[in-house]
Design a protein. Sequence first.
Length: 278
Amino acid sequence: MAGNLVGWRNALGLIPYGNRFRSYRRLLHDVIGSKASIQKFYDVEQVETHRFIRRVLADPADLAQHIRHTAGAIITRITYGYKVKENDDIFVDLANKSMAQFSVATTPGGFMVDVLPQLRHVPAWFPGASFKRQAKEWAATLLETVETPFSFVKNEMAAGTAPISFVSSLMAGKDVDHEEEFDIKWSALSLYAGGADTTVSAIYSFFLAMALTPEVMRKAQAEIDSVVGSDRLPTLKDRQYLPYVDALTKEVFRWNVVAPLGERLWWTPSRIVLNQPT
């Protein structure tokens, strides 16, 4: 359902290993694959984090929405160099909508076509083929999520006003052909959609962990106070001096894993085959 019918087969999460997979991986590594390369985006993360803190102080009851907005704002600026609006931003809304649809489309047992892939050939008008009509709608949303922010970057680059981003870094000063543009476009979507969703889940887990273990929160706060002091907020440059806080964030990833770490497999005497969602 998600892969072939909706179109997520072109995204990094579902694409099978091969030339395109390696191309995506190379593109991602070139721009964000090392500590040195990712440092150019530290200011973006810091600015949006400060905005998040102000939103939480102003309206703590809407914490979940603040987290989702901030995660979307950070990954959108890193991927496309786009500064999101405070409310009703089209890029954030598109990412959230696409990932909500992706979650439903990849639900195990959610669609019979994942069990019987032959059903993908059934015409949309056929009785019981509502999944085909649903897939068409979701495919349109996915295509819009891919094309709209990418077109924004191209327009900004043509006008000479594009800030540094994943896409602009890969497009700048190059005569990109159709295949290269396709890979940049879909690797950007993979970064954008994944960062706008999985990050949210991890931060939700962090706040839950702090609510359940206030003694851990107090110990982390004490470390921040002793290293950073009380006259400023910690930054990513302080991370190496905050081993307890650093370990705490890693423990959140281990405690509540944001996505399955394995895929469905079936076995034959000669090989193991990855079972991709239809």
